[in-house]
Design a protein around this ligand. Structure first.
Ligand code: GLU
Length: 309
């Protein structure tokens, strides 16, 4: 596929070719701290299954993981409870609706999938631990292990900002408790969800996490199995079908990768048996996906023939 230098050049070119599209998106202001990001920032890291890294741009800039946390907490919830119990409470079908929609919750037995807020909150409610502190500690440690970065931490300001403005998420959670989909203290459940979304990462962290998925659950460097193969397959499939919200269909056509976006501007994508990718650009399209991030992935998919379809 070419030398390390060539691939790094391709990454640099794709950032340069797409950076200006940041103007077509907007910084999210419904979580006030996210609106403070530098709208022009753009970065990418790729790690291959041999453990070699390729990066360009602002790949070391920190941003909050937001919804990229959803597939990761899903893995932990399945490890804690088993596949059957988790999918008894949350479905596996795309919605075609916005990420925080309440529409398909009313009148249905369970949230459509774990990649939208309702489903993710239900998944978070299943994380085991004696109290919220222990539960969050388990999530953080799991993320650190996947990212191979012991320095991952909570962004306190974003967490407080989400807590302050998170009434839509509270509504989803209260409604789900009324419908017996979830149980327990709603303020604690959404608090844990706000915290998982507010963990700070960079592109390298996302690439490291994704390459484990790309390698079917095995850390390519240590060769340790981190995620059972079957769980890795379920999560990758849900990323491919629902990971880009109500743009998942066109993203599948244009890019063709299992990916998960977050309103912090990050996208985590995996190329089976080849690469983990983390890309960052904080302005978002109307669906909540990084504008530049998606464009960069499209260009790379075309140039490097990455689509799984
Ligand atoms: N914390 C955000 C929310 O719940 C996550 C949404 C996202 O990243 O798409 O609204």
């Amino acid at each position: 596929m070419g030398s390390k230098k060539e691939l790094t050049q391709i990454l640099e070119d794709s950032l340069k070719n797409n950076q200006n599209y940041y103007k077509q998106g907007e910084l999210p202001n419904y979580i006030p701290t996210l609106a403070k990001a530098d709208p022009k920032a753009v970065g990418i890291s790729m790690v291959d299954v041999e453990g070699d890294f390729y990066s360009a741009g602002d790949f070391e800039t920190n941003f909050t993981i937001q919804s990229v946390s959803k597939p990761l907490v899903l893995i932990l919830a399945i490890l804690d409870n088993g596949t059957e119990l988790v999918f008894d409470k949350v479905g596996v079908e795309p919605t075609g609706d916005p990420f925080n929609s309440i529409i398909k919750l009313t009148g249905f037995a369970k949230p459509y999938n774990p990649m939208i807020n309702a489903g993710a909150i239900a998944v978070t409610s299943m994380i085991k631990g004696k109290d919220n502190e222990e539960k969050f500690d388990r999530i953080l440690k799991f993320f650190r292990r996947l990212a191979k970065n012991d320095e991952l931490e909570l962004d306190q300001e974003t967490y407080l900002s989400e807590k302050d403005t998170g009434d839509r998420n509270r509504s989803l959670a209260y409604y789900m408790r009324d419908q017996d989909i979830i149980e327990g203290d709603i303020e604690e459940i959404v608090d844990l969800y706000f915290k998982q979304c507010s963990i700070k990462v960079n592109c390298i962290d996302l690439a490291n996490m994704a390459v484990i998925l790309a390698n079917q659950g095995i850390d390519p460097v240590t060769e340790e199995r981190i995620i059972p193969k079957k769980i890795a397959r379920i999560v990758r499939t849900l990323m491919a079908t629902c990971g880009m919200y109500d743009k998942s269909g066109s993203f599948a056509i244009e890019v063709g990768l299992a990916a998960k976006s977050g309103v912090g501007g990050g996208i985590m994508a995996e190329v089976p048996e080849r690469f983990g990718i983390g890309v960052y650009g904080p302005t978002l399209d109307d669906k909540g996906n990084s504008i530049v991030g998606m464009r960069v992935l499209k260009e790379l998919s075309e140039k490097l023939n990455l689509s799984i379809f």
